[in-house]
Design a protein around this ligand. Structure first.
Ligand code: UN1
Length: 507
């Protein structure tokens, strides 16, 4: 029997975690339970926030370079447990070994970046209008951060919040996805071992409705100063609304319907590799996954023919087999939603090749493992999608890529932005003018030239616009603005009252 994962308050697991349970299962072997999770109630969420509020001041008093050392410890601990953590990611959410290892590497990269930031939490000295007076700015921690994350990146994306939030002197209550609870628990243990004091960091396992209730109450009681959320645009909008009611702006990293434009001068083989990885890697379950290929009409035929060939040759299945491109969908819930899109394709007679769940009755060449064991799906390349189509407009979070064509670059930009998201966009071209024009005109927060829509590096600003987010950015120095606020100070050492605007020197 797998162990019971329990929420913590003040760093201590709950003695009486209640009866509500969730079972996290291996999506490649549905009969294997990875973890049994005790789901907390809203009171627990509020209690964790209250305890965080109490502990945060002392943590903020720890000099930032010392907090940086805690982050350095964390990076080393993650490296020491690298393979075990990656294996758990594969087991619990079905990522291939290479992707799971990449995910763990992303935590190490994040720690590498922020360990030095503890020595660089710069403020400014600013000249005053008046003599014998000096102005300053300081970055101060926001206070308590409530972080709610999805399970498709069960440890890397949480690290984008947790590492800088803790480094900046905040206390954190983390609500990870239930279906990646074992990964969350393993990461949380490393965070504690790194030297984050009890109470400064808690993990609360809870379902969506409970989290909303707990968050609402904690905000109402003045116990939360920053909400961070990665997940769907629909839930993100509700979180943003909740935070807004309490005069806060949440850090929202939401969905994407990420386009890839292939121009007439593109290196088509390179574009095929990019599209295969961006569209079908991670079974399409990244917020940065490719949604729609927008191909210049003169190269539509040769490009799609080569891509179809590459898709047909891809191996799919058991994620621990190093030869596979992608493994299963993460949970029943995602699979059910994905099947709705597949149903739509069928109902609307869109040409897409073999689709649906891979099984003995619907087999696939190059399948690795036992198809009946997991949530495995065929890669679907859907030709002739139109802007009014549901699969053109909505994120599917599965191995499905639409294809459409364009004439002029202006049309390509219009199609790229039409779904109303604005996370990541790629263009394949050998013409710098087209690349820069596309970059300038698209609303996407992240633009790739001759590279995948997915796979952002951990020290660039990550985030989107429109339905992809509210303009907040994660990663690199930009995330410091999420977890600190500017405080100013003026110091008058003239020994007299100098009134701003009134006693300014006349020249
Ligand atoms: C996500 O899916 O929420 O850029 C984030 C990428 C990854 C992160 C994806 N580094 O694809």
């Amino acid at each position: 029997m797998s162990k019971l994962l329990v929420s913590t308050v003040g760093g201590r697991p709950l003695d009486a975690p209640g009866d509500a349970r969730f079972r996290s299962v291996d999506p490649a072997h549905l009969d294997q339970v990875v973890a049994e999770v005790a789901l907390a109630d809203a009171d627990t969420f509020v209690a964790a926030c209250r305890s965080a509020r109490r502990a945060q001041r002392d943590w903020a008093d720890v000099p930032a370079p010392v907090r940086g050392r805690v982050i350095a410890n964390l990076g080393r601990l993650v490296e020491a447990n690298f393979e075990a953590l990656a294996a758990l990611v594969t087991r619990e959410v079905g990522k291939t070994t290479a992707e799971a290892r990449g995910e763990v590497q992303e935590i190490v990269d994040t720690c590498d970046f922020f360990l030095g930031e503890g020595r660089r939490l710069y403020g400014q000295t600013v000249p005053s209008e008046m003599p014998d007076k000096q102005l300053f700015t300081f970055r101060v921690p926001v206070g308590v951060a409530a972080i709610i994350t999805a399970g498709n990146f069960p440890v890397a994306v949480p690290s984008w919040y947790l590492v800088p939030a803790l480094l900046c002197g905040n206390a954190v209550v983390w609500k990870p996805a239930e279906y990646s609870a074992a990964c969350a628990d393993a990461f949380a243990q490393l965070i504690r071992r790194a030297g984050v004091p009890d109470g400064v960091f808690d993990v609360v396992f809870a379902d969506g409705a409970t989290t909303f209730e707990g968050l609402d109450r904690a905000l109402e009681a003045g116990l939360v100063d920053k909400v961070g959320f990665t997940g769907s645009s629909e839930v993100g909008a509700r979180i943003g609304e909740l935070a807004g009611r309490h005069l806060q702006s949440a850090c929202l990293e939401l969905g994407g319907k990420n386009p890839m434009v292939v121009t007439e001068d593109a290196d088509l083989d390179l574009a095929v590799h990019g599209a295969l990885f961006a569209g079908f890697g991670t079974a399409g379950q990244r917020c940065t996954s490719l949604g729609t290929l927008i191909v210049q009409e003169s190269v539509l035929e040769p490009f799609t023919a080569r891509l179809e060939e590459a898709i047909a040759g891809a191996r799919i299945g058991d994620p621990s087999d190093p030869s596979v491109l992608y493994g299963p969908l993460m949970t029943d819930r995602f699979a059910a939603r994905f099947e709705e899109f597949l149903g739509w394709i069928e109902d609307h007679h869109r040409p897409a090749g073999p689709t649906g769940r891979i099984s003995a009755a619907n087999p696939r060449e190059g399948f690795v493992g036992d198809p009946e064991q997991g949530l495995f799906y065929h890669p679907a390349l859907v030709h002739g999608v139109r802007p009014e189509d549901k699969i053109f407009q909505q994120e599917t979070f599965g191995p499905l890529v639409g294809v459409t064509s364009y004439g002029t670059l202006d049309e390509a930009v219009e199609l790229a932005d039409a779904p109303g998201y604005g996370l990541s966009a790629a263009i394949y071209t050998t013409d710098p003018r087209k690349a820069f024009t596309f970059r300038r005109r698209t609303r996407a927060g992240m633009v790739s030239v001759n590279n995948s829509t997915s796979g952002a590096e951990a020290h660039l600003p990550f985030g989107g616009n429109g339905r992809s987010g509210n303009g907040s950015r994660q990663s690199g120095v930009w995330v410091l603005d999420q977890f600190t606020r500017w405080q100013s100070m003026n110091w008058d050492y003239s020994g007299r009252l100098q009134r701003a605007q009134m006693d300014t020197l006349e020249i």
